[in-house]
Design a protein around this ligand. Structure first.
Ligand code: ATP
Ligand code: MG
Length: 414
């Protein structure tokens, strides 16, 4: 779990604000839900035999003996909240959330125990048009942040529950015959969650899969048609993708469309964003059958990627435009001037020198502050109703501006 220090928080704010403004442009609405839920919610949704539920959840008993879990992901929470407040009854919803998730994993670059996701969920629409919309949305986020050249979209269809079941049986039958060549995790998954074997990072296991049955051959007609139409929509929209027939998601509730944005810039933690369709989940959690599709984007990995490819705009660490230097007995006047400027120029970022100090000392602080300009107010200036303006980053002579003109002067400056 990481601390986020001021220099880095500026990067995060830039990334978060860019994403939020894009979500607004697609008219998605924010939903907020608690950071913990009853453990049962995650077991019932994500699935008992998944990595998350088997070994990654932070679960504890509260003082009443209730079992609670820090949310490892947001989709189940989002569905729970929507159901509780009747948001899904006979209506569509386009929602997003952003915040911390918790998984007890082995920490490494791009993998943490508290990490952050932006999640997008669309409810009540069953056609591939909404799949395409959220893919376009995710593509725009990556594009407008400057990551487009470094990510690839992979898509797949994992069919409906019946087609997955017949595929699972065929896959298990095939792999049983080579069980001793499977890695340890995959051997275990053979009986618990065989489709996750497709996702194995072991080269030997991947080699075994080359001759294994492929999911596509078992896919139901509706899923096939849905996938074909999605590809047509993506082609028409100019979104490039690769079909990856081994792409499965680590959570049980997905069906039909599954997708990931992957990068080769972050080592093993290559998935920046993952999602898909989960038409069965709402009903599984006690609601009425409601088609749904969504994704989760990992913000740490996104920030790492943007840093890696130098896509963070310059100037992001500039925190102030103006530093107000106040020398002598002028504290009242300095505070007044600072507030006046904040009233009149709302986008102005101003640091008022606090804690005293002589002229030289305050100018040093002004220089360190990232401000472009120092305003200088001393007893003499107050007397004459003027303010001195010193340019900190460019070679320009100091100017004396009448107090009545200072707002106009600064408005032109920032
Ligand atoms: P992985 O295969 O890398 O473990 P996942 O399939 O478990 O990922 P999801 O549950 O689909 O991931 O979560 C969506 C996104 O959240 C991931 O694509 C990734 O960007 C991010 N993410 C997941 N787990 C972590 C983590 N422990 N630390 C940082 N980011 C994470
Ligand atoms: Mg994981």
């Amino acid at each position: 779990m990481n601390d986020l220090l001021p220099g880095d928080s500026a990067i995060w704010q830039y990334v978060e604000n860019t994403i939020k403004s894009i979500l607004q442009r697609y008219a998605y609405q924010e939903i907020r839900f608690p950071i913990m839920e009853s453990t049962d919610l995650f077991k019932r949704s994500i699935g008992e035999v998944t990595d998350i539920v088997e070994k990654e959840m932070y679960t504890f008993e509260d003082r009443n003996g209730d079992s609670l879990t820090l949310r490892p992901e947001g989709t189940a929470c989002c569905v729970r909240a929507c159901e509780e407040h009747g948001l899904l009854y006979n209506q569509t919803q386009r929602l997003w959330y952003m915040g911390p998730m918790f998984r007890h994993e082995r920490p490494q670059k791009g993998r943490y125990r508290q990490f952050h996701q932006v999640g997008v969920e669309a409810f009540g629409m069953e056609g591939p048009d909404i799949d395409a919309e959220i893919l376009l949305l995710s593509a725009r986020i990556l594009r407008e942040l400057g990551a487009a050249d470094f990510v690839t979209l992979q898509i797949n269809s994992i069919g409906d529950a019946a087609s997955r079941n017949s595929y699972k049986a065929a896959l298990v039958a095939h792999l049983e015959a080579h069980k001793d060549q499977l890695d340890e995790d995959s051997q275990r998954r053979l009986t618990t969650n065989p489709m996750r074997i497709l996702d194995s990072k072991e080269a030997s296991t991947q080699a075994l899969l080359n001759n294994a049955p492929v999911l596509w051959d078992y896919l139901d007609e509706a899923s096939r048609a849905h996938f074909e139409q999605l590809k047509i929509l993506l082609d028409a929209a100019g979104i490039k993708y690769e079909v990856n027939q081994r792409l499965v998601r680590g959570l049980d509730y997905y069906g039909k469309t599954a997708f990931e944005w992957v990068t080769d810039k972050l080592g093993a933690q290559s998935t920046v964003c993952g999602g898909g369709r989960y038409d069965g989940l709402v009903e599984q959690l006690g609601g009425r059958a409601t088609p749904a599709v969504g994704f989760g984007m990992g913000l740490e990995r996104l920030v790492l990627l943007l840093q890696e490819v130098q896509a963070i705009p310059e100037g992001i660490n500039q925190i102030a435009d103006i530093y107000l230097v106040a020398v002598g007995d002028v504290q009242k006047e300095a505070l007044h001037l600072a507030e006046l400027l904040r009233n009149e120029i709302p986008n102005l970022r101003l640091i008022n020198n606090c804690g005293g100090g002589n002229f030289k000392n305050q100018l040093k602080k002004a220089d360190k502050s990232t401000a472009k300009v120092a305003l200088i107010l001393g007893e003499d200036e107050v007397q004459k109703s003027v303010v001195a303006v010193k340019f900190l980053r460019e070679d320009q002579p100091q100017q004396i501006i009448a107090s009545s003109e200072i707002i106009k002067f600064l408005k032109n400056l920032v």
